[in-house]
Design a protein around this ligand. Structure first.
Ligand code: CUA
Length: 168
């Protein structure tokens, strides 16, 4: 079968584009650890405290074992609630030893918020009525900013918190 030169060029570029797409997707999924959104567990957004993870006393960092943590976060406009410290002040900074496996577990009481830990593969959308979870290992020491990347109102740009990953 005879094929016109332009036809061949066109087919080659089609196959080439597909390969580039698959390579980009592969790097994102296997090297950078990008995961599809979880959002499979539901709860009542009007009463998030009914869920064990979002009870006042369970918010914030919970140690499960040697270098194994769960971080429960309740987002509201325009704050990430990590619970209170021993003095009764709101926790604004979370400190985690480098190399720890962390399960991020978050939800929102009001509107849609973002949950992106800049510089890591942690990036979730928080929707009222759903629990978003993502597990990752924080290997690189440093100070990371947790930012809301979904526009949620007038204080959206103020909605941040800090996660410090420290070398032991
Ligand atoms: Cu919360 Cu933007």
């Amino acid at each position: 079968m005879h094929m016109h030169k332009y036809e061949k060029i066109w087919m080659a570029s089609g196959v080439g584009t597909l390969l580039v797409f698959l390579i980009v997707l592969g790097i994102g999924a296997f090297y950078q650890g990008t995961q599809p959104p979880s959002c499979m567990v539901t709860l009542d957004p009007q009463n998030v405290q009914a869920h064990e993870a979002f009870k006042e006393e369970n918010l914030g960092l919970q140690q499960l074992g040697e270098k194994e943590y769960t971080l429960n976060v309740l987002a509201t406009a325009f704050n990430y609630d990590f619970g209170k410290d021993e003095d009764g002040n709101n926790v604004k900074t979370i400190r985690i030893p480098a190399g720890s496996k962390v399960m991020f577990q978050a939800t929102t009481e009001d509107v849609i918020h973002g949950f992106q830990l800049a510089g890591t593969n942690v990036n979730m959308m928080l929707e009222p009525g759903y629990i978003s979870t993502l597990e990752t290992t924080l290997d690189n020491p440093g100070t990371y900013t947790l930012i809301c990347n979904e526009y949620c109102g007038t204080g959206h740009h103020l909605m941040t918190a800090t996660v410090e990953v420290y070398e032991e």
